[in-house]
Design a protein around this ligand. Structure first.
Ligand SMILES: [Zn+2]
Length: 348
């Protein structure tokens, strides 16, 4: 652990808010200091997770008048002395950065790709999408089907007039939650299952190729979709989730992209058959994300865009459920690339 002077130097040098007990070894900083700081003002460190750039801001004033130069030199000397002091003090505690090193968990600059089957499915994760968008993430919803069979509250026949309305509703919902304009893939609702094996299978394969190119274009840090339960056990949800998963698994993990399934904890369901068909045991839902009342209310406003799908009563019922719930969304992180093993009976 860094001593008091080390902490001062650390703060001066980095401004990072990592816990002190996990601070980066000062010996490593010194090595990089020698490599870099004599020529420019940055210490660049490559870690397993990311690259951290330490900026020494003081020398930026070096071209000013002599008086300023004097002050700058004094400050530089002070920074160097504190740096040397901290190195001497902590020599025995220099540690390599490891997988335990805290990663940057802030939403700022991150990209979330949320892939769902129908316009309005995204409401299920709405509060946390609104939260992360509010915190500075780019949130890109991708809606695979056009929802043409979701006649819901309308007198419309399945078809283009309804899909146009549903597209508008999706854009309206995204605006209320502060998300990017959703990507409307426009594939047929029910994924051409009526056309049998030779209609459905090539259709899904085309969707998977398109999803693959969207993942390349969007370059997400996180992908969220449906798991095998499909949220409601809906066939389209389950097929979309499986397709996204296959696209994810087919790629080498050059960037640390995390895939999550959103799900309903079994403990939230009373009916045993419902638990079987669409519940996920709480043991697997290891990612619980809380959100604020503001995020929840923005999601309720988003829900109200879906006039073709919800009656006033069902909107009110959903809003009441959101307001009386525990203000959390539950997810399951899916398969991480890991170390290899040669037995079925031990998994890391
Ligand atoms: Zn749906």
């Amino acid at each position: 652990m860094l001593g008091p002077m080390g902490r001062v130097a650390h703060t001066v040098r980095t401004g990072l808010s990592v816990p002190w007990s996990r601070s980066i070894g000062t010996g490593e900083v010194m090595t990089n200091w020698k490599k870099c700081c004599s020529t420019h003002n940055q210490i660049k460190m490559k870690t397993k997770q990311n690259t951290i750039i330490f900026t020494i801001g003081i020398p930026l004033f070096v071209n000013c008048r002599n008086l300023v130069k004097g002050v700058v030199l004094t400050l530089k000397s002070f920074a160097l002395i504190t740096l040397l002091y901290s190195c001497g003090e902590d020599k025995k505690e220099v540690k390599e950065l490891s997988a335990d090193t805290p990663v940057d968990v802030s939403a700022k600059g991150k990209t979330i790709m949320a892939v769902f089957a129908h316009p309005d499915d995204e409401i299920y994760v709405g509060p946390i999408m609104a939260k992360y968008a509010r915190e500075g993430a780019k949130v890109q919803v991708v809606t695979v089907t056009d929802g043409r069979y979701g006649t819901g509250q309308t007198d419309l026949k399945p078809g283009d007039e309804l899909t146009a309305l549903r597209n508008e509703e999706l854009n309206c919902a995204a605006r209320h939650m502060g998300l990017l304009k959703p990507i409307w893939m426009g594939y047929h609702d029910q994924l051409k299952l009526k056309d049998g094996f030779f209609g459905h299978v090539p259709y899904i394969q085309e969707i998977m190729r398109k999803l693959d190119s969207l993942v390349t274009d969007i370059d997400p840090d996180v992908i969220v979709t449906w798991g095998p339960d499909g949220g409601s056990n809906h066939m389209d949800h389950r097929i979309v989730g499986a397709s996204v998963t296959q696209v994810y698994l087919s790629k080498k993990q050059e960037k640390n992209v995390h895939l999550f399934y959103v799900a309903t904890p079994s403990s939230h369901l009373e009916d045993e058959d419902e638990k079987l068909l669409r519940g996920v045991s709480d043991d697997y839902l290891t990612t619980e994300i809380s959100y604020t009342e503001e995020d929840r209310e923005n999601t309720i406003l988003a829900l109200q865009c879906y006039k073709t799908q919800y009656s006033e009563d069902s909107m009110k019922h959903t809003a009441d459920r959101l307001r009386s719930g525990d203000q959390k969304v539950y997810l399951r992180p899916v398969l991480k690339a890991g170390t290899k093993t040669n037995t079925l009976f031990k998994v890391d």
